[in-house]
Design a protein around this ligand. Sequence first.
Ligand SMILES: Cc1cc2nc3c(=O)[nH]c(=O)nc-3n(C[C@H](O)[C@H](O)[C@H](O)COP(=O)(O)OP(=O)(O)OC[C@H]3O[C@@H](n4cnc5c(N)ncnc54)[C@H](O)[C@@H]3O)c2cc1C
Length: 297
Amino acid sequence: MDDVIIIGGSFAGLAAALQLGRARRKVTVLDTGLQRNRFAGHSHGLLGHDHKPPLDILAEARQQLTRYPTVRLVNARADSVSGALDNFSVLTGNDESLGARRLILSYGVADQMPDVPGFAESWGTAIVPCPYCDGFEVAGQHWGLVWSGRQSHNYVKLYHDWTDRLTVFADGHDIPLDIRADLAGRNIAVVDGRIIEIAKNEGHTATVYLDIGRNVAVDILFAHPRNKPSASLHESLGLATVDTPLGIALKVDERRETSMPGIYAAGDLANPLMASVTTAISYGATAGISAQQSMLV
Ligand SMILES: Cc1cc2nc3c(=O)[nH]c(=O)nc-3n(C[C@H](O)[C@H](O)[C@H](O)COP(=O)(O)OP(=O)(O)OC[C@H]3O[C@@H](n4cnc5c(N)ncnc54)[C@H](O)[C@@H]3O)c2cc1C
């Protein structure tokens, strides 16, 4: 039996495994290799690894984990989970049946691409979600923002630190008059109509086609599609969740423990406020240490 099974071996999961391996705990990490930022050429904002391809950062992390003989990295999906504290069972897509005293769920979230031609193809290059990740490279240029609800007003205020040239695409949303007045006061154009196609051009640039017969070129487009957890294991376990404007997240306490004793969660799956590689690593390490300290005799 393992001390801990980690489900999802990307930034959060590997950070948990590193702490547990250094504490000489027996760990299995299951991973299917579909990290959320795999569409991006470079990852930004992680101290010591800024502007590196995200998959290179993960490959280096996996290589470093080979130092720890109690850590086993397995390319397999966790198909089902059952049990309770000190006696969890995980069945993998390789038909392996595993047991562990603790679980860490770090299987991330999947962004749900809207049914707009060109959107999925542009995701991670011409269409991105986060200015901390990709804003510096296009600072001062003409940005577009696809409106997704009231929270988009906060994005408008945030983007001022990078550019004063912003076009808002209402994309069928009824933007309230008071917000429209605020946008006008900031010299931000609002383009009505629904987006029917996005054409990716050179570099980050894109042309947005609208159902009102217009098209608008931007140097980069920010959008926030809804997301959902990459697996449904938390549902079969009955774990508590919290609602966020873009989806749900697992409810955890400050030690990253979920509503079920012995199950911890980290990374985007349990971090609705600021999804990033840095926070995934930080909370992953916290989950690993919390799981280890919960097993002390
Ligand atoms: C386009 C884009 C660009 C981004 N750029 C940046 C950036 O520049 N800087 C930054 O800090 N952040 C960036 N992010 C955010 C960053 O990608 C996430 O915050 C980070 O990947 C979260 O790490 P995680 O470990 O929680 O989840 P993920 O990295 O999404 O990993 C989850 C892992 O779990 C695996 N998995 C899923 N289900 C199962 C299962 N049932 N069994 C086993 N394994 C499973 C998946 O295959 C995956 O490997 C970007 C996000 C996007 C969408």
